[in-house]
Design a protein around this ligand. Structure first.
Ligand code: MN
Length: 242
């Protein structure tokens, strides 16, 4: 049966090589059996530019390129960590960059794909930060800095983010229900797939007066998490580390 896979929030990082191995193994095996693989943001913990010469960036690009080369259509959406993935990355990895949100036809049902951070509208501090780092001028100025300086800034941003996250209520960092419904109604969809919140689950809701589903992908910290969709339906699965 044809199948399409969705993953997000791998947060690949040189400090967690076991997760990188799990992902590369996933690309080599499961990834090749799918007709489509969608990576919905935060593939890596930090992306400091397509000219990054780190071993991790090289391994990720090579793994994606092999998977795409095997015939799987691989799509990548920006997350809040890797919003600088650019055209050169797409060329090197054989992936297609997706806008956020993106609507696709998933076995006959229009499905909206998002990273998920745009749904967390209660976190006004984060939304302001997001606005800043998505400005072309901010990105150009950042990318013009030497790699070593960019690495340093990425580390600082990450520490600030951890501090801010610890001070926030869990509910603030989850999706805003009204934003979810409004977004789905605006795009006229009854199904939404997103990540970001690290709260995997399948939620039933009402959109446009009709039953709808919100499928949330899990993160790759303790294990892998994948949503497998076939013409028969979608299923959330965990991937254990061997
Ligand atoms: Mn995220």
């Amino acid at each position: 049966m044809p199948c399409t896979l969705f993953i997000s929030d791998l947060h690949l990082d040189p400090q967690r090589p076991e997760i990188t191995r799990l992902f590369l193994d996933f690309l080599e095996n499961r990834g090749r059996t799918a007709e489509g693989l969608y990576i919905l943001g935060d593939l890596v913990e930090a992306w400091i530019g397509d000219d990054d010469d780190s071993a991790l960036a090289g391994a990720v690009c090579a793994g994606l390129r092999d998977c795409a080369g095997s015939g799987t259509a691989v799509y990548v959406m920006h997350g809040n960590r890797d919003f600088l993935l650019g055209k050169d990355f797409a060329t090197a990895s054989g992936c297609t960059l997706l806008t956020d949100p993106a609507a696709i036809d998933l076995y006959g049902q229009t499905t909206l794909l998002m990273h998920g951070d745009l749904l967390c509208t209660d976190d006004t501090e984060y939304m302001a930060f997001r606005g800043m780092v998505r400005e072309p001028q901010w990105q150009q100025a950042f990318l013009a800095k030497p790699l070593a300086e960019r690495r340093q800034i990425a580390l600082q941003l990450r520490e600030t983010s951890i501090e801010k996250t610890h001070g926030k209520l869990g509910s603030i960092m989850d999706v805003n229900q009204q934003t979810v419904v409004e977004t789905m109604e605006r795009h006229a969809v009854q199904r939404l797939i997103h990540g970001h919140t690290h709260r995997p689950g399948i939620h039933e809701l009402t959109v446009n007066g009709k039953p709808a589903q919100r499928l949330v992908l899990g993160d790759w910290y303790e294990q892998g998490s994948v949503l497998e969709c076939t013409p028969a339906g979608c299923q959330l699965q965990s991937l254990g580390m061997s």
